[in-house]
Write a protein that binds this ligand. Sequence first.
Ligand code: SF4
Length: 459
Amino acid sequence: MRKRKILLVNPWIEDFAAYDFWLKPVGLLYVGSFLKSIGIEVELIDLMNRYDPELPLYTRVPKDKFYGTGKFPHMEIKKPEILDFVPRKYKRYGMPEELFRKRLREIGKDVSAVFVTSTLTYWYPGYFDTIRVLKEELSVPIVLGGFFARNQPHVAKKSGAYVFTKTDLRYLPRFLNELLGWDIPDTEIDWFTDLSPAYELYNRVGYVVLLTTLGCPYRCTYCIAHRNWEVMKFKDPDVVVGEIEKFSELLSVKDIVFFDDAILINKERHFKVILRKILEKNLHKQLRFHLPNGIHARLLDQETADLLFEANFKTIKLGYETSGKLQIATGGKVRDEDIVRASEILHRAGYTREEVMAYIMVNLPEQTTEDVKNAIDVCASIDIDFSVNEFTPIVGTDIWIDLVNKGKLTGLEDPLLLNNTVLPYWWGNMTYEQIHEVKEYAKQKKIELGWKKDGNKII
Ligand code: SF4
């Protein structure tokens, strides 16, 4: 019988800009673990791993910026026609095609199928190009899964791959049996609580991204997280700490990143327990930790902040999003006073502006430029850094449904047009000039406060 072996591929990103802010295909790594648990051999090609040992032989790899983050190697490519009106260069980020093809020839010979993952919907040209190369090099079924495949299955099918749209991996055995004529029995394994992401598939990475929870109980109108997972799941704190120990040692990394959507929910029984265990085991003496996914300011208390500081958490991002009436209208997860209180707590714990940053969104429907500027002013007044990010309407969110109902979107837009870089060029919400004005306001504010010198950080 032919060996049962599946190749996992983290595809290219194609966009106007991309940066490695701790991007790892954690979902795909869990798929790897799940497949192993049902007796299938697994290989991985991560086209976005800046730490791939062979990469420098094929391209210039930009140096790390901080804590393992950095620019991806990239090349300019032809813009998809639908984006011709955007006056910016389009690029492919990640491993050069030549190295990808070489890898496929080395390890692709005896695979039975390839699983390609996906995240942002407007990155689909990168997924499609990855699949095109896979089809040229291998004659086995290719399966596309991940967020884009679930959110836009009709577009995903145009890749020519089979599309897997489930989040519950217990559907995988049956899917594979149908696809490949196998006879894998059903399993009751819960991929999240029973398994760990298969980081052992890497030779080298710069950091490890982990999830300690799945889901979020909030219902923000611009967010899809609460629709992805019906109930929140918590991983046993001992298992989380075991993962930290195992993978930091195995891959010799110093930076551990948590990408949970709502890590502070149930914190007494979950996150605080993890933090105390990190301290008990002295992991904070060798490792740095990061929370880049916007924690809930309202749920932060002094004890958590003190534990975070003691446990060597170096990056704390707060989800602020906007000031003004939209705070309540979009779900009420945070108010100005929560951000102010959280910053006081964090400063008291010992944090400085170097480590604490609030995310602010611009171009939300019905948001004014004043809402954004006020949010910037609030952050400036409490001495926390801020980043202004452009909103993108995710298909299936409340805000997207509302925009379609009001005729502000047709609901049939090509995902490429919903790229936040592209929206200001065609969508009649905020104009390109208004967004530019707000970004300039943010930049000038940082210069005025001495936080930046002509766009360069000086602290
Ligand atoms: S934005 Fe954050 S708080 Fe709101 S639903 Fe999404 S993950 Fe939850």
